[in-house]
Design a protein around this ligand. Structure first.
Ligand SMILES: [Zn+2]
Length: 398
């Protein structure tokens, strides 16, 4: 029998990266506490703290309460010791932002150009916008510790390469990371936009929840899965692609992926807009349709609720499989969450097993427009502040 993992891990002496993690999470605020938690000797603790201070990752602040004698210095994570860049590239709108190392928003810009115009327009826009935002908050490219980008469509996560998304001409197989790293020399994390939204919503609104499912319903339908507090990406990054799971009684509706009766083909924005048009009620876009539903327009309410039931049909299976504590409905149609949630609940609570729904909550997206930006920032922060990454950075600069 082997030793439990936690015991085996604690047998290795705690690194500077691990010490930073203890300070960053608030588990330790003084050298004494670090020594007690890690078992490191006083000189070993001092060595690591000095290294973290020298790299600007930690500051020595006001004094901590003392048990007698000279009060110990309080160590704090230096959120201002660098920045990360964050972006969500969207079909109708792209956003960019700069965050500090503690995940605090420093500057944000929304707007064009649309991703539809292709990477040769969207990427230069992104790099210029980040540069401008950095200047706005008095920072430079040298302060950038990493970049996180959410893109619409599946991303082969390990390589950061986009898969060919049928709706996005010109984006298939684009290696975004090297293009960004050329301008801002730091690690780049590229992920699916729904994964970014799931992580952002989790960190901002449901940090204590272990298992959460975030569903984006807009032009397309996709889900981000948080399991045990971390994103579940699957073996290549395609986890959560629920939009192409078929529903029953879809009437043979063709989907853009080539199959028929996919959830997306019957319940996403375009399908609903088509139904409205058929009833002689043309609506300009998904956001407008969601607005009508929230105002109580009977046609819009009926369609959104029906979309919720279709969604519930697929989510019932996901609930049995993953047993999430919270399902968050986001995206443009998620703005009509009262009706969408009602439709989802109607089916999920009927079709999933009782144990899986005993504590299940189905709610609307609360972190709003910035869920994706916040999540893309969180993904890169968690990557560059991981103990191994911190150790590697310190070793490289020694
Ligand atoms: Zn499909």
């Amino acid at each position: 029998m082997g030793m439990p993992r936690s015991k085996a891990a604690s047998a290795a002496p705690a690194s500077s990266g691990r010490v930073l993690e203890l300070i960053r999470t608030g588990e330790a605020a003084t050298r004494t506490e670090i020594g007690r938690l890690t078992g490191l000797s006083r000189p070993a603790v001092a060595l690591r703290v000095t290294e973290l201070l020298r790299h600007g990752l930690v500051t020595e602040g006001a004094t901590a309460p003392s048990s007698g004698g000279r009060p110990p210095a309080r160590l704090e994570f230096n959120a201002a010791g660098g920045v990360v860049l964050s972006a969500v590239l969207g079909i109708s709108r792209s956003q960019a932002a700069v965050y500090d190392l503690g995940g605090g928003l420093l500057a944000v810009a929304g707007g064009s150009p649309e991703v539809e115009h292709g990477p040769h327009i969207a990427l230069p826009w992104l790099l210029e916008t980040w540069q401008r935002l950095l200047e706005e908050c008095g920072r430079s490219a040298a302060d950038v510790r990493g970049s996180g980008i959410g893109v619409p469509g599946t991303v082969e996560f390990a390589t950061g390469r986009t898969e060919t998304p049928p709706v996005l001409a010109g984006w298939g197989g684009v290696d975004i990371a090297p293009l960004v790293a050329e301008r801002f020399a730091a690690p780049v994390v590229v992920d699916n936009d729904v994964n970014a939204m799931a992580l952002g919503e989790h960190r901002a609104v449901h940090p204590g929840v272990g298992d959460l499912l975030f569903v984006k319903v807009s032009t397309g339908i996709g889900a981000g899965v948080v399991a045990g507090g971390a994103l579940l990406r699957g073996s290549l990054g395609a986890a959560g692609e629920i939009g192409h799971i078929p529903v029953r009684d879809g009437g043979g509706t063709p989907c853009r992926c080539g199959n028929t009766d996919c959830l997306e083909a019957v319940a996403a924005g375009p399908a609903l807009l088509e139904r409205m048009a058929e009833q002689g009620r043309p609506v300009a876009g998904v956001a407008e349709l969601a607005g009508l539903a929230q105002e109580g327009d009977p046609d819009a309410v009926r369609l959104v609720r029906q979309a919720g039931r279709r969604l519930g049909e697929v989510l019932a299976g996901a609930v049995n499989l993953l047993n999430p504590e919270v399902i968050v409905l986001g995206g443009l149609l998620g703005r009509a969450h009262d009706h969408l949630v009602a439709g989802v609940r109607e089916v999920v609570f009927k079709r999933s097993i009782p144990l899986a729904t005993r504590q299940l909550r189905v709610v609307g997206n609360r972190s709003g427009e910035q869920a994706g930006l916040r999540g893309a920032a969180a993904a890169v922060l968690e990557s560059v502040l991981a103990p191994e990454a911190v150790n590697a950075r310190i070793a490289a600069q020694r």
